[in-house]
Structures are given as structure tokens and as C-alpha cells.
Design a protein around this ligand. Structure first.
Ligand SMILES: [Zn+2]
Ligand SMILES: [Zn+2]
Length: 175
């Protein structure tokens, strides 16, 4: 959905959308596993400055390979956003500059408006957890034999190594 500056000069633009998977292109390892439910509004804050405020709430389920075992991890995302965009007159690449100003973030746009999809893409990526795991207790892949330890216990002895490393870490702490 395009948020046109000309339309915003006349009135606020409310939006309530369900965006099916495939509409927004995510990076390779990310899959959109549910429609994006988004609700909010866009308004022109200042006519003179051309400042556009976009605020709302979004909900989506994403999927990414688990950091530990590489099986698909389900990542439910629910986030609020309140963003301000200014016309880009600096000539710097759009989207590269981000200044935090109090509560809301300032972004830049060029041309005659903003693409809501681009904003959603950015907000979803920002809301992803640092640790993407299929479950908090994921046992990961065995470093010796490469077997997924969630499915089967391998016979590899990895314990002594861990204990050794732990002992070494303790030793270095004592020094
Ligand atoms: Zn996992
Ligand atoms: Zn193993």
C-alpha cells in the first residue's frame, strides 16, 4: 500500500490490512508463515516540513532456521510502531540514516510518499528475536557427528570436552 503525500495533505490515511505471504520479499532465510495483520494510520505532521507519521500495530508469524539445529523455528511477532519520516534532501541513501529522537524514530523518504510494505518489512526484521530457536530447550546439532540431538541421542562423548573447557575457564578466572 502506497502512502501518498498528496493524499496525506488532504486527510489522515487509516489502514487495516491482511498481507498474505509472498507480497513482501524477505531475506532468504526468513519465511512469512502467516498473513501480516496490520492496523494503524498515516498522517502528515507538518505541511511545511513534509513530515509523515506512521503508527500502528502488526502481528505475523515468521519462520527461520533454528540457530542451534537449523530446523524451522516459529517466531510469532507482535509489535507496535510509531515512526516519523522526513523528506530526504541530504542526498544520502534512503533508509541508511536512522536517528533516534526521544520516543519515535526518524526515517527518510524520497519522492511523493512512502511504501507501507517497506516499513512493515523493516519493523518485522527489527522485532525478530536475537536468538532464533525452535524451542527454548533445543539441544542443537552434535559438533562431532552432525546429528540433530532433538531427534536422536548420538553416542559421541562431548561432555569431557565441555568439562575441560569449563575447568580451563575457571583456571583463567583465578589468575
Ligand atoms: Zn532447534
Ligand atoms: Zn554425535
Amino acid at each position: 500500500m502506497f502512502l501518498s503525500l498528496r493524499e496525506l495533505e488532504l486527510k489522515k490515511i487509516p489502514f487495516a490490512l491482511e498481507i498474505p505471504p509472498g507480497t513482501i520479499e524477505f531475506a532468504d532465510e526468513l519465511t512469512q508463515a502467516s498473513p501480516i495483520a496490520v492496523k494503524g494510520e498515516a498522517e502528515l505532521v507538518s505541511d511545511v516540513l513534509g513530515e509523515i507519521r506512521v503508527s500502528g500495530k502488526l502481528r505475523v508469524t515468521m519462520e527461520a532456521p533454528c540457530d542451534r539445529c537449523v530446523e524451522p523455528a516459529t517466531l510469532p511477532i507482535e509489535t507496535d510502531f510509531d515512526l516519523t519520516y522526513r523528506p530526504d534532501e541530504s542526498g544520502e541513501p534512503v533508509g541508511e540514516v536512522h536517528v533516534s529522537e526521544g520516543e519515535s524514530e526518524i526515517g527518510f523518504y524520497s519522492g511523493d510518499g512512502l511504501e507501507l510494505d517497506d516499513i512493515l518489512l523493516e519493523q518485522i526484521v527489527l522485532a525478530l528475536p536475537m536468538q532464533k530457536v525452535c524451542s527454548p530447550g533445543c539441544k542443537g546439532i552434535c559438533p562431532s557427528c552432525g546429528q540433530n540431538r532433538n531427534f536422536a541421542n548420538c553416542a559421541c562423548e562431548s561432555k569431557p570436552l565441555v568439562v575441560k573447557q569449563f575447568a580451563a575457564a575457571l583456571q583463567s578466572l583465578k589468575k
